[in-house]
Design a protein around this ligand. Sequence first.
Ligand SMILES: Cc1ncc(COP(=O)(O)OP(=O)(O)O)c(N)n1
Ligand SMILES: Cc1ncsc1CCOP(=O)(O)O
Ligand SMILES: [Mg+2]
Length: 208
Amino acid sequence: MQLYLVTDETACLGRDLFWVVEEAVKGGVTMVQLREKTLETRAFVDRAIRLKALLQPYNVPLIINDRVDVALASDADGVHIGQSDMPYETVRALVPPGKIIGLSAETKEHVLEAEDWDLSYLALSPLYATPSKTDHAEPWGLAGLQWVRANSRHPLVVIGGLNVLNTAEAIENGADGIAVISAICSAESPRTAAFELKKTIQTGMKKR
Ligand SMILES: Cc1ncc(COP(=O)(O)OP(=O)(O)O)c(N)n1
Ligand SMILES: Cc1ncsc1CCOP(=O)(O)O
Ligand SMILES: [Mg+2]
């Protein structure tokens, strides 16, 4: 989950979502989350199955946002849950062993509660304010990220307002990866954008 693409069709500037995802993967994306907030269940499952087939040859895991049923139906590699979604214990009981479970943390309490849980990653949500999610919580900022790094045993992903200019500092301050919507989906070239972000992550990693 070094470079984690979260999909949003409306951010893709009218371009085909599957084209955007494949370009991004060719540029260096290491994990993809299918995030559909309005799609009906059948269309969501169809899209997940198609995306899984696209990603498989690249060995890039597919994560489903919010919906354990869709993750199971599409044999996705995992599920991402937030603080208003299905509770962790229920998800853990439903999802087969070996699947990825990622969780959003919006507060210090969420971070501490997650210490007992078997998570593949914890996402600091959001690191910075972003127009891509209108109902987001108070941003963590770099000081918040440093606190989480010191108090969490989980791999950390940061999401919200990440771009090529602020990625290195997030990595240097303890993030193990970044998750983005607009920096890739809305880029003129999703492939080049992913390539540049990946290069920046790797530079940041060398400095810590
Ligand atoms: C990687 C990642 N981090 C955070 C979120 C946000 O999850 P959530 O708070 O449940 O909000 P929605 O995305 O469901 O609107 C995420 N999806 N992915
Ligand atoms: C899904 C989500 N969760 C927290 S912020 C966010 C949106 C991130 O989008 P962007 O990378 O365009 O800021
Ligand atoms: Mg959610």
